[in-house]
Design a protein around this ligand. Structure first.
Ligand SMILES: NCC(=O)CCC(=O)O
Ligand SMILES: [Mg+2]
Length: 340
C-alpha cells in the first residue's frame, strides 16, 4: 500500500475515534501493567488438600499432580502454604470403605482423620487458617451428603448431624466451617450450634450456590465416594440452568449467619459469581473444581495448551468476575508463579 493511502486511512481512523486509540496503552508490558484492572494474589488462594490414613502419599489418578497425603504430609502442605502466603488450607478426608456406613457416623468421631489432621496442623502451623466441610459424603456408604430414607435425602435429620459435625471439627481446630451439603436451613442451625458450644469465632463459608455438576468427578475419586454414589445429587444441589435461584440461596445463607459465601463450580458459573458479587456485599468465593483442574492438566499434559498460561488466565477471570478468592488445587503452583 502506498504511503499516502496509509496516512489517509490513519487520519480516517483518528477522526472516527476522536483520537482515542485503544491499542496505545497495550504497547508495552509496563503500560499494560499500569492499567491492569484485576490482580491475582497469593492471598486470594485457598488450597484444598486430601488426607489419607497411613504413611506416605498416594496419587489421585484423575488429578495429575494431586496426592492424598498423610497427616504429616498435610502439615507439610500447611507449612508450604504459610511460606507462600496462602491464607487457608481446606481438608478433605479419604475415608476407608470399612469406616463408611449409612449414616456417616465416622463424621461424628472426634478422632476421625480430618479432626486429627486439623489438630496436627493447628499445633505445628498456627498461622494458617483451616477450613473443613460440613457434609456427610466422605463418610456415607451411599456417597450422598445426607441421611437417607429409601431414595430420599432427609433434610432436617441431616442438619442435626451437620451441627454436631461442625462443632467437632471446630473443636479440633477448624477456623472455617464450609457447609457443602445444600440442605435447607443448615447455616442458621450450624451457627447456633457453634455459638452454644462457645465457638463464636468459628467462621462459616457457605457453599450457597452449589450446582449438581459433572465437574466433581475426580474429587469423588479422591475421597473415594465415586464408586459408591447411588443416583445423583439433583434433589439438593442446584439445577445448572438457574441463576435467580442462586441469589435466593445466597440471601438466605447470609441472613442465617454466613460470613462468606461460595459459588461452585467456577468456570462454567462466572455469570453466577458476577451476579452475586454485584448484588450482595459479602465476601464471595468460587471453587475451581476437580473437573476444571483435570481439564487443564489433561490438555496441558498432551501438549494441547500452555498449562501455566491457562491457569493464570482462568484464575484471573474468576477475580474479574468478582471473586474475593478461589479454592483451587493449583494454589501452591500458582503461588510460586506469582512470587516469581
Ligand atoms: N465439597 C467439596 C467438593 O465437593 C469439591 C468438588 C471438586 O473439587 O470437584
Ligand atoms: Mg440453601
Amino acid at each position: 500500500m502506498a504511503a499516502r493511502d496509509v496516512n489517509a486511512i490513519s487520519r480516517q481512523i483518528q477522526d472516527a475515534t476522536s483520537g482515542l486509540r485503544m491499542r496505545r496503552l497495550r504497547q508495552a508490558d509496563w503500560s499494560r501493567r499500569l492499567v491492569r484492572e484485576t490482580h491475582l494474589r497469593c492471598e486470594d488462594l485457598i488450597w484444598p488438600v486430601f488426607v489419607r490414613d497411613g504413611n506416605g502419599a498416594e496419587p489421585v489418578v484423575s488429578m495429575p499432580g494431586v496426592e492424598r497425603r498423610s497427616i504429616e504430609g498435610c502439615v507439610e502442605a500447611a507449612r508450604e502454604a504459610r511460606d507462600l502466603g496462602i491464607p487457608v488450607i481446606s481438608l478433605f478426608p479419604y475415608t476407608d470403605p470399612s469406616l463408611r456406613d449409612e449414616t456417616g457416623s465416622e463424621a461424628l468421631n472426634p478422632n476421625n482423620l480430618v479432626c486429627r489432621t486439623a489438630r496436627a496442623i493447628k499445633a505445628a502451623v498456627p498461622e494458617i487458617g483451616i477450613m473443613c466441610d460440613a457434609a456427610l459424603d466422605p463418610y456415607t456408604s451411599h456417597g450422598h451428603d445426607g441421611l437417607m430414607d429409601g431414595e430420599r435425602i432427609l433434610n432436617d435429620a441431616t442438619v442435626e448431624v451437620l451441627m454436631r459435625q461442625s462443632v467437632i471439627q471446630a473443636e479440633a481446630g477448624a477456623d472455617i466451617i464450609g457447609p457443602s451439603d445444600m440442605m435447607d436451613g443448615r447455616v442458621a442451625c450450624i451457627r447456633s450450634a457453634l455459638d452454644d458450644a462457645g465457638l463464636r469465632d468459628t467462621m462459616i463459608m457457605a457453599y450457597s450456590a452449589k450446582y449438581a455438576s459433572a465437574f466433581y468427578g475426580p474429587f469423588r475419586d479422591a475421597v473415594g465416594s465415586n464408586a459408591m454414589l447411588k443416583g445423583d445429587k439433583r434433589t439438593y444441589q442446584m439445577d445448572y440452568a438457574n441463576v435467580d435461584e442462586a441469589l435466593r440461596e445466597a440471601v438466605q445463607d447470609i441472613a442465617e449467619g454466613a460470613d462468606m459465601i461460595m459459588v461452585k463450580p467456577g468456570l462454567a458459573y462466572l455469570d453466577v459469581l458476577s451476579r452475586l458479587t454485584q448484588e450482595l456485599n459479602v465476601p464471595t468465593f468460587a471453587y475451581q473444581t476437580s473437573g476444571e483442574y483435570a481439564m487443564i492438566m489433561a490438555a496441558a499434559g498432551n501438549g494441547w495448551l500452555d498449562g501455566d498460561a491457562a491457569i493464570l488466565e482462568v484464575l484471573t477471570a474468576y477475580k474479574r468476575a468478582g471473586a474475593s478468592g478461589i479454592l483451587t488445587y493449583f494454589s501452591p503452583k500458582i503461588a510460586r508463579t506469582l512470587r516469581g
